[in-house]
Design a protein around this ligand. Sequence first.
Ligand code: TXA
Ligand code: MG
Length: 317
Amino acid sequence: MPDTPAKTQRLSADDAGIARAAELLRAGRQVAFPTETVYGLGADATQDDAVAGIYAAKDRPQFNPLIVHLPDVDAARALVEWPEAAGRVAAAHWPGPISLVLPLRAGARVSKLVTAGLDTLAVRVPAHPVARALLRATGRPVAAPSANRSGRISPTWADHVLHTLDGRIAAVLEGGASEVGLESTILGLAGAPMLLRPGAVSADALAATLGGPVAARAEDAAISAPGQTTSHYAPDASLRLEATAWRPGEARLGFGPVDCDLNLSKAGDLREAAANLFAHLHALDAGGPQTIAVSPIPQTGLGAAINDRLARAAAPR
Ligand code: TXA
Ligand code: MG
């Protein structure tokens, strides 16, 4: 599916531009849009392939979980469980530059590529009027990391976005400068309140809102240390990677033209494989095998991200 557009459309943030951007998002394309923190690279969070397209455009080496953007509190509550603390923070700080990590609601229609297979989901109601208009017009939850190539700085202007993503995404909606310029505060509320990433809404402000302390934890320590699998999805089965021949009793996760139980991509398409990865692992694991064997995945392009996730899922625990 390499349908990368030759040129990225610049859309002005008027009714027509916003309608076009919403149409592209619903069609599964990737569209950058302004928020008050940084420009986000959006995709329909319900479509695996659309979300995989974010990783492909960014050349992101790891599947970090993504923040889902919503037009209002009710839309957020449809996707996550909503403890009283969430209500307080939302009342005080939404719309605005803070994301909340909450338990994913059973049956919520969100791609597993958004949560990286976790049972929690980060949600945010941004304040930028263009973002809000776009989210209302799209009518879908929109997953959006910062709209830059991996390893580059976050964009606060449409021109920044085009600097690293021109030709790699369908469009950018031009909405002037992002006021905050720093990614949102991330507050974990799946258990005791925990600051997962500092941002414009400070820990002190949150403590005041919640009427109690907010523990601090470095974002990177929490979710990206290799082998620290507790906060990452890992199957109950053990994984055997780089399997070039199957052994008796294994569940067989293939890639390319191989005989197997489920195939990440028969055609050997890495984007399709990324889109299928978490769903296929879950499906095979549900059968209760002792081992899931996985075909070798090339280390090129999105393959690096797929192998990173597989290595984490296979890490001893
Ligand atoms: O300001 C922002 O938040 C911007 C704009 C576009 O809204 N977005 C953004 O996304 O910064 P990103 O992908 O750069 O940051 C997402 C981070 C992840 O790296 C992870 O730290 C955290 O959010 N995160 C997302 N879901 C999580 C979860 N279920 N549990 C823990 N952390 C999570
Ligand atoms: Mg970023």
